[in-house]
Design a protein around this ligand. Structure first.
Ligand SMILES: *[C@@H]1O[C@H](CO)[C@@H](O)[C@H](O)[C@H]1NC(C)=O
Ligand SMILES: *[C@@H]1O[C@H](CO)[C@@H](O)[C@H](O)[C@H]1NC(C)=O
Ligand SMILES: *[C@@H]1O[C@H](CO)[C@@H](O)[C@H](O)[C@H]1NC(C)=O
Length: 402
């Protein structure tokens, strides 16, 4: 009897110990999984994300190709994200709001006979220009208490931390309680009463992002109905500038952010900041694969942050990533916005280019074929059309700390 009791006690104790160990291990496994879960799928929001409302402008014919990679990469680190499309639809469980359809009669607005074309000549683009006014209205109604209202395209990447760092770099200038309208400057003609580029107000190019402070949005919304009708035939992004300048009155684009915004990786209209150690803020006209490549270098990406040699993507690296083909020469272009540090008499385009190549600080050159002058420049600031000028850059001279 006694021995049997002892066996039972031992058995119960042993069973208890085994159960305790198993349950402990399960707990540990469970806990590990939870840690893993936390790290891999609960994304980190960028610092200050709750002060921003983000609108992603898309269209029904491209949304399924473009938006998923945005959702999987930088957008998961933002809060208050809305998708402004031309019809209601879903990407996964993310709702795409048919903004034009809901707020306005698109067909009536589209009575415009002039067809606008651009690189991506999509159906979405047709009604695209009507998305900004209803888009800002929509974002504001969702969150009337935020500091910044931002509309980007569906082929745009935003390095959130860099955007915040830029806005924090001058708290007085980028004080969100002021009327602020930020972006990359473009001009337009043949719209409203503007017949030449010189008369055009600068507008924030939509692809790299239109950024408005709350007071600016509030003032825009007061004039919304007038502006929608008055600037019906303008590009949507341009009509925001027209409305702010002429109807609201006096809110002009602050384009100090534009050296850190890229419409295209390389082309005569792209400008690169003089300091190649700086980090980009927004980039546009990206393919899904390129968005993933950028995400690999984004500090918000937990996986990239964990990898040992992950470093933030600066302009030198960005330039190398996207410009690995031959150096481009732009015919009938100059780089007038950047000062040249040397000007010399030179017999040919090739010699001007070689002269620039011999000097490590020479990032770009332009050659006046008529006057036979070679200009060497330390920057790659925006190339601009100019007859009798040929210009270009020396790829390997665009460096962070040479
Ligand atoms: C266009 O019209 C606005 C008023 O709507 C006016 O302020 C502006 O000066 C006009 N621009 C030109 C170039 O006529
Ligand atoms: C480090 O960089 C090298 C070359 O760029 C790459 O091949 C390697 O996979 C990277 N390592 C990690 C851990 O990301
Ligand atoms: C451009 O070059 C041609 C000669 O090749 C010359 O006749 C013309 O005046 C030049 N134009 C300018 C604006 O310098």
């Amino acid at each position: 009897m006694k021995i049997r009791h002892l066996y039972i006690v031992i058995f119960v104790l042993a069973a208890g110990a085994v159960l305790w160990m198993i349950s402990g291990n399960i707990y540990i496994i469970h806990k590990r999984n939870m840690i893993h879960f936390t790290q891999s799928s609960q994304s980190t929001h960028f610092k200050g994300a709750d002060k921003f409302v983000i609108g992603v402008k898309t269209g029904t014919d491209v949304v399924a190709e473009r938006v998923p990679i945005q959702i999987l990469t930088f957008l998961q680190h933002a809060l208050n994200v809305y998708y402004l499309s031309d019809d209601n639809s879903y990407i996964g469980h993310h709702f795409m709001t048919g903004i034009v359809k809901e707020e306005f009669d698109a067909k009536k607005l589209l009575r415009s006979d002039k067809k606008i074309s651009r690189v991506e000549d999509t159906v979405g683009w047709d009604v695209d220009r009507h998305k900004y006014f209803p888009g800002f209205k929509f974002l504001y109604e969702k969150h009337p208490d935020k500091d910044w209202y931002v509309i980007i395209d569906d082929d745009t990447y935003v390095f959130w931390d860099e955007l915040v760092a830029f806005l924090n770099s001058n708290k007085e200038r980028y004080d969100p309680s002021k009327d602020l309208y930020l972006g990359l400057a473009r001009v337009v003609k043949g719209c409203s009463n503007i017949t030449s580029f010189e008369h055009s107000p600068n507008f924030a190019y939509g692809g790299t992002g239109v950024i408005l402070s709350r007071p600016a949005v509030e003032k825009l919304l007061l004039k919304l109905n007038d502006c929608i009708v008055r600037y019906d035939k303008c590009f949507g992004d341009a009509s925001v500038a027209f409305c702010l300048k002429f109807e609201v009155g006096g809110i002009l684009l602050d384009y100090s952010i534009q050296s850190y915004m890229h419409q295209d990786m390389l082309g005569p209209l792209t400008s690169w900041p003089q300091n190649a150690c700086r980090f980009p803020i927004t980039l546009h006209h990206l393919k899904p694969r390129e968005l993933q490549e950028l995400y690999e270098r984004d500090p918000l990406n937990v996986r990239s942050r964990r990898s040992q040699n992950a470093t933030k993507l600066n302009y030198e690296q960005l330039f190398k990533m996207y410009n690995n083909e031959k150096e481009e020469v732009f015919e009938e272009f100059d780089t007038p916005l950047s000062g040249s540090y040397i000007k010399w008499e030179c017999p040919s385009v090739d010699e001007c280019k070689e002269g620039c190549r011999r000097d490590a600080v020479c990032a770009s050159w332009s050659y006046d074929r008529y006057e036979k002058w070679c200009y060497q420049k330390k920057t790659m600031v925006k190339f601009q059309p100019k007859v009798n000028f040929t210009s270009g850059h020396i790829k390997e001279h665009y460096k962070c700390n040479y």
